[in-house]
Design a protein around this ligand. Structure first.
Ligand SMILES: Nc1ncnc2c1ncn2[C@@H]1O[C@H](COP(=O)(O)OP(=O)(O)OP(=O)(O)O)[C@@H](O)[C@H]1O
Ligand SMILES: [Mg+2]
Length: 381
């Protein structure tokens, strides 16, 4: 079993609070991905689960037992880091077998486990090689092999693929998903990579400065972000936000007016009496269509990127309100410096109150696949 519970877990380094009360239940066999901006506490939380970092407050339970004071080796957990830290003078076999040597397991058992791990990871032809003779992806597989042989209930991965090039990363991502299915173990995985998070996770945990901002399946977070933080974090390029003023509202929707005077009624569970309030309208770049939609706004792209399958445009908003990004289908008729009709539908819109909390959307979700383009140059600043 690999069931994990965190109950109001907190971490302080001196006076600095880094984890500010995280409560989370992770089921046996679940694949959970932690995402969040740099410094939000992902690695710290993982290290606390592994037992490499003391818990300042709260409890961590594995299969119902509090492990706060249990030594790392006794927790039934294996952790794989970004840097694979292999022993260069040892063969692949000995690198994988290392934790079993420490445990003084009998040779036949070591053989059996190393063989199983190397079969799963397709390393059986490399067992006599030294790490220096391997590619980056193979080295990372050795590091994963070393985690597998311990037969843990829970695997912890801290950005294990971020040192690999894009092609190898895609390959290893698929390998890890297969590994998860084969081992049926609980996996907690930290990444900055949207594609990894969206494709591998059963559930994604979005962390914001030591708090859990939202937990949900990848598509729940994509379609129903609870706040502007998650709305802006999940999806790439990020959601566009436009300042708006409410002119009419009830339980079935809210009409908002944008700074250019245009209005749109958004189907959300609002409430009467929001008239005059400053709200934020959110619309994803992939939901923009040239000249088509319930509302068409004219902006002039300052940058146009043609990727073949998509055309990405960036326009500067009037009044210094940031950038408006689109991901248009195919080779759209967008040109730098030429005004373009940015159309979108009310059903694709998100609406947030003055504190950034989302109103629940009432329109059925269009089944648009999430945009997970590779991160390119940042034109949004
Ligand atoms: N040993 C430590 N002493 C003091 N502060 C620390 C220590 N370890 C981490 N921190 C602080 O805790 C915060 C969270 O760090 P952590 O490494 O968990 O972030 P992260 O989400 O993993 O970031 P990244 O995405 O950059 O890896 C940071 O502000 C960091 O400076
Ligand atoms: Mg980290």
């Amino acid at each position: 079993m690999g069931q994990l519970r965190m109950d109001n877990v907190q971490k302080r380094f001196g006076d600095t609070e880094v984890i500010k009360g995280v409560s989370l239940d992770i089921a046996n066999g679940e694949f959970v991905v932690f995402v969040g901006p740099s410094g939000c506490g992902k690695s710290t939380l993982l290290r606390m689960i592994a037992g490499l970092e003391e818990i300042s407050e709260g409890e961590i339970l594995i299969d119902g037992t509090v492990v706060n004071d249990l030594a790392p080796v006794k927790r039934g957990i294996s952790m794989v880091f970004q840097s694979y830290a292999l022993y260069p003078h040892m063969s692949v076999y000995e690198n994988i077998a290392f934790p079993l040597r420490v445990e003084r397991l009998a040779q036949p058992e070591v053989d059996k486990r190393v063989k199983r791990a190397s079969d799963i990871l397709k390393l059986h032809e490399r067992l006599t090689h030294k790490p220096g003779q391997l590619s980056g992806g193979q080295r990372q597989r050795v590091a994963i092999g070393r985690a597998i042989v311990r037969e843990p209930e829970v695997f912890l991965f801290d950005e294990p693929l971020s040192n690999l090039d894009a092609a190898l990363r895609a390959e290893m991502r698929v390998e890890l998903s297969k590994l998860h299915r084969e081992l049926e173990a609980t996996m907690i995985y930290v990444t900055h990579d949207q594609v990894e998070a969206m494709t591998m996770a059963d559930r994604i945990v979005v962390l914001d400065a030591g708090f859990v901002s939202q937990v949900g399946s990848p598509l729940e977070l994509y379609h129903r972000p609870q706040n502007t933080f998650v709305a802006g974090f999940i999806g790439n390029p990020k959601m566009n936000f436009l300042p708006a003023t409410c002119t009419e509202s009830d339980e079935t929707g809210a009409t908002v007016q944008l700074s250019n005077g245009a209005s749109i009624r958004v189907p959300v569970a609002a409430r009467p009496g929001l008239e005059g309030q400053a709200l934020t309208l959110g619309i994803r770049p992939e939901h923009i269509h040239v000249d088509e939609g319930d509302l068409v706004l004219e902006f002039t792209p300052t940058v146009v990127e043609r990727l073949g399958i998509h055309t990405v445009t960036y326009s500067t908003l009037p009044d210094g309100n940031g950038t408006f990004t689109t991901v248009l289908e195919g080779t759209a008729p967008a040109e730098t410096g030429k005004p373009l009709g940015h159309g979108f539908n009310a059903a694709d819109c998100h609406l947030f109150d003055g504190a950034g909390a989302a109103f629940s959307r009432t329109a059925p979700m269009a089944d648009t696949p999430p945009s997970v383009l590779p991160t390119g140059p940042d034109h949004t600043q």
